[in-house]
Design a protein around this ligand. Structure first.
Ligand code: MRU
Length: 352
């Protein structure tokens, strides 16, 4: 996308021997970059949402995995492999819902197995190369998602999105936001409604920031306003991302996605999910099997660092919800737009 401002965002950057991340917990007020040299700090960065969004979590974990295995002794493959599995398991505990984390680590472990006859020092270099490939592939895939989604965006559309799915959440461009960036570039005269996305405000803090940097017309709304806007005919299209899609199309995404999808159906608004194939988990038959991350209660008992609920209030804070596939109009992927029957169509994609 040429010289677009969104492409200038480098949320994750490998710098020769360490990872530099744009720490998203400070945005939009400050652009703070952190240089990370060990696997423990990558784990912490993923856990604390310094780096976040399913594809970006997978990429950061891949580099983190390399930083972990880089330190291992170069003796026998068997003892190396025991430690490799321990590091992968450790990284997987950072966040359970985004399947890209598991996907990236499985890919790296398979790569190691495929090269088990080589010297350990050589295997380590192959792992780094594969982590870079995962990163580069994600950029290309997201561009393709943006291009493939263009046909769904009519001129002068009002598009609603939830959470953050842009360059901050991926290798580059984003998923749902990639479609929005491409539509803007194609002069479709779009306007975006941005859900604030309680409790951690990824919409207000991050999506607004990315869209404003790219000079795309937008307005910020609270999550509870979306239904009323649909009822008034002010939303033409909804595009969101996903953290994990089950084999039947049921989709886990940021909490608040499910009510959007139900209201979209009620109000005849097309509801699309933009995902790379790495977010589709063919091992899970349906959405009820997707592990949902539960986070600390203080994220909802406080707002912008100030406590807003009584001391010791009991809370429940699931970070994601699952939208049943019947509410989803289609998936926008790097291989094109997938319409129901999702189970059948996904199976075709994964066997081709
Ligand atoms: O908790 P977060 O900020 O990591 O949640 C992110 C989302 O829910 C995104 O919609 C999803 O990961 C897709 S990002 C392309």
């Amino acid at each position: 996308m040429g010289s677009d401002t969104d492409t200038a965002i480098k949320a994750i950057e490998w710098r020769g021997d360490h990872l530099r991340i744009l720490d998203q917990t400070y945005l939009p007020n400050r652009e703070v970059y952190s240089d990370i040299e060990d696997v423990g700090r990558i784990w912490e960065a993923i856990k604390k949402l310094r780096v976040r969004g399913a594809p970006a979590i997978g990429i950061a974990a891949a580099y983190g995995f390399y930083l972990g295995i880089k330190e291992l002794p170069e003796s026998t493959f068997e003892s190396f492999w025991v430690e490799v599995e321990r590091i992968a398991e450790y990284l997987e505990t950072a966040r359970p819902t985004a399947v890209n984390l598991h996907w990236a680590l499985s890919r790296l472990k398979s790569t190691i197995q495929a090269h088990k006859d080589k010297d350990i020092s050589e295997i380590k270099e192959i792992v780094l190369k594969t982590a870079k490939t995962i990163h580069d592939e994600d950029k290309r895939i997201n561009k393709k998602i943006g291009e493939n989604g263009l046909e769904l965006v009519k001129k002068k559309s009002n598009i609603l999105t939830h959470c953050n799915t842009g360059s901050l959440a991926t290798g580059q461009y984003g998923t749902a936001l990639s479609v929005i960036f491409h539509a803007h570039q194609a002069a479709k005269d779009i306007h975006v409604w941005v859900d604030e996305t309680r409790p951690l405000l990824q919409g207000a803090r991050l999506t607004s920031w990315e869209l404003m940097n790219a000079e795309i017309p937008m307005k910020l709304i609270t999550d509870s306003m979306a239904g009323s806007l649909m009822q008034q005919g002010k939303v033409d299209l909804i595009i969101v991302g996903a953290d994990r899609v089950a084999a039947n199309g049921d989709t886990a995404n940021k909490i608040g996605t499910y009510p959007l999808a139900v209201l979209a159906k009620e109000n005849d608004v097309p509801f699309y999910v933009a995902v790379p194939l790495s977010t589709i988990d063919m091992e899970l038959e349906s959405g009820d099997k997707i592990p949902i991350e539960e986070r600390e209660g203080d994220e909802i008992a406080s707002f912008n660092g100030s406590q807003v609920a009584p001391d010791k209030v009991e809370t429940y804070n699931p970070a994601f919800d699952v939208t049943p596939h019947k509410y989803i109009t289609g998936f926008i992927t790097e291989r094109g737009i997938i319409k129901p029957d999702f189970k059948e169509e996904f199976e075709k994609l994964f066997t081709d």
